[in-house]
Design a protein around this ligand. Structure first.
Ligand code: AHR
Length: 310
């Protein structure tokens, strides 16, 4: 209450308005845009005052934003960390200033987990496993004796989703030695880089690529363009598995160009608001709040598409 009083904001009901400082990763993907909208609309509906900062996928910008929230003495800080490591110092500064920190979407690696209240987000390791399970158990390549050559488009280097999706995928494909990742490189979760790296993969591997595993739909969509420009049929000559289940992925599946997408739910706004209220009221929260998710194939795409909210 004291911190809120410093900001002098009143809500329409007459009480002190909670001030939230939120540092977002950037606007790198369809997923991220949906995540930002969900957070903005949920906090607005709750009458929380938002100070929003876009880090343009750079950790240094995020650290600056967090320091500025601390200097402004906001009531709560929430952020989706670009990468996993390097947060210890700034999180200690927030703790020293008595400002609770909530992580959304991505995890941090810190030696002291009292430096944040909770992490609200997906189980990225499980998403990687789901992608691999589909390949091994349901894809057109599941039976046979030939080796299956996989190229992987990784997300942002050092980010929790890239580290964890890679880990979960590897863990499951290890069960079948036919399936091998022959190339793996980061496309930074964007369409432009996904396309660029896929072009390099195609140049190096020619037509010997059987599968593309992309850590998000945007990179898969960029890669689809590169595959078509190389005169190959995406979804057919190269089986494509990606993650997020954004509308663009459904469109690609309905066009037959993407085989499957594993859902990663960006609509975290309402859960963030609940967590903020819990923190303010001193109610305990679990250290980890996981979001429920499924897998969608192109056979289901047309039916499911109208119900998608992002
Ligand atoms: O952290 C979640 C990931 O970040 C999404 O899968 C990706 O699209 C986004 O950029």
């Amino acid at each position: 209450a004291m911190l809120a009083a410093c900001s002098g904001e009143k809500n329409p009901a007459g009480g002190e308005r909670i001030v939230l400082g939120f540092s977002q990763v950037g606007a790198e993907s369809e997923w991220r845009t949906a995540n930002t909208e969900s957070i903005k609309s949920a906090v607005q509906e709750a009458g929380i005052q938002l100070r929003f900062s876009d880090a343009q996928q750079k950790q240094e910008n995020q650290i600056k934003a967090l320091r500025s929230f601390i200097a402004q003495r906001v009531d709560v800080i929430a952020f989706s960390p670009v990468v996993e490591s390097g947060w210890e110092t700034v999180l200690r500064e927030a703790k020293a200033a008595n400002i609770p920190v909530i992580l959304t979407d991505r995890a941090v690696k810190v030696s002291d987990d009292s430096l944040y209240v909770t992490l609200i987000g997906s189980d990225f390791v499980e998403e990687g496993r789901k992608a691999a399970r589909w390949l091994l158990e349901q894809s057109p390549l599941k039976d046979g004796t030939e080796p299956v050559r996989i190229v992987e488009l990784q997300g942002t280097v050092g980010s929790a989703p890239a580290n964890d999706r890679m880990k979960g995928f590897k863990e499951v494909i290890a069960a079948n030695p036919r399936f091998q990742v022959v190339r793996s490189q980061s496309g930074d979760f964007t369409r432009a880089k996904g396309k660029e790296v896929m072009e390099a993969f195609l140049k190096a591997e020619g037509s010997s690529i059987d599968v593309l595993f992309a850590h998000n739909d945007d990179m898969a969509i960029g890669a689809i363009q590169a595959i078509e420009e190389a005169g190959l049929k995406p979804g057919q000559d190269i089986v494509i598995v990606s993650i997020d289940a954004v509308r663009g992925a459904f469109e690609a599946m309905m066009a037959g160009k993407l085989n499957v997408t594993v859902e990663c739910n960006p609509l975290l706004g309402p859960q963030l608001v609940d967590a903020i209220h819990a923190v303010r009221e001193g109610r305990p929260l679990p250290k980890r709040i996981v979001v429920e998710e499924s897998v969608f194939t192109r056979e289901q795409a047309a039916e499911v598409f109208p119900t998608r909210r992002y």
